[in-house]
Ligand binder design. Structure first.
Ligand SMILES: CC(C)(COP(=O)(O)OP(=O)(O)OC[C@H]1O[C@@H](n2cnc3c(N)ncnc32)[C@H](O)[C@@H]1OP(=O)(O)O)[C@@H](O)C(=O)NCCC(=O)NCCS
Length: 207
């Protein structure tokens, strides 16, 4: 890892970042991917946090990105607890597993902490996120929306930014609506990018 900077995303970066995210997620979780369209839409969402919309740049090209959204935990005692959710986060394919993702995420979390946010929750693989201080959200007493009680929730992760922020909270986390996109809209948007083959691969979570 060398010679990189982390900075806020600018308008001029939008298409390069969308292409980066497309390359990064392509065929990883499903044949093709939807994340480039998701970020295209999220930037205009009222829950989007522009102060935490970061890109990683090396030798004049973008090699990573991450973004955050505001959401809430609907607490069992009736309160709404403001929290952040995160992603998509992506590193360009040829630089994966070299430490850039952890570097970028640690930086973003530091900035989110400085802004005063209390906790970050999202869906992800503990294998990577445990390196940045995340644990299973169930350990914090937070449940994932629409998930039966006996279902596996190990994909649902949490990190407090303010220690003890969730100490007296149990409740249900809500994924911001902006993350839900229609397959046909993704298909249409994807036509703006260079053709790329969709493949069914082992380990994908969705058809
Ligand atoms: C996930 C991602 C952002 C991680 O960034 P990265 O630069 O590749 O990861 P790092 O090199 O910083 O990883 C640090 C450690 O986390 C763990 N890790 C990284 N990626 C992992 C993965 N996909 N599964 C399990 N553990 C992982 C490893 O222990 C790694 O250390 P090691 O390589 O020495 O074993 C990047 O691989 C990526 O863009 N993947 C495709 C898109 C994606 O899945 N995004 C996340 C959606 S939730």
């Amino acid at each position: 890892m060398s010679n990189y900077i982390i900075r806020l995303e600018e308008k001029k970066d939008y298409r390069e970042v969308e292409n980066l995210v497309r390359e990064s997620f392509w065929n990883v979780y499903r044949p093709g991917c939807s994340e480039h369209y998701v970020i295209h839409m999220l930037r205009d969402d009222p829950a989007f946090v522009p102060e935490l919309d970061f890109v990683m740049e090396q030798d004049g090209r973008l090699i990573g990105q991450n973004m955050f959204m505001k959401t809430v935990i609907e607490a069992d005692d009736g309160r709404e607890i403001p929290v952040l959710t995160m992603g998509p986060i992506g590193i360009t394919p040829e630089l994966k597993r070299k430490g850039y993702g952890k570097e970028l995420l640690d930086y973003c979390l530091e900035k989110a902490t400085e802004m005063g946010f209390g906790a970050v929750l999202f869906e992800g693989n503990i294998g990577f996120y445990s390196h940045c201080g995340f644990d299973y959200a169930s350990k914090f007493g937070i449940r994932y929306h629409d998930l039966p009680e006996d279902a596996d929730s190990s994909f649902f992760l949490c990190r407090e930014l303010i220690p003890g922020y969730l100490d007296d909270v149990t409740g249900v986390y809500q994924t911001p609506q902006g993350y839900y996109v229609k397959d046909e809209d993704v298909e249409e948007f994807d036509k703006q990018f260079p053709p790329k083959e969709k493949k069914k691969l082992p380990g994908q979570l969705f058809d």
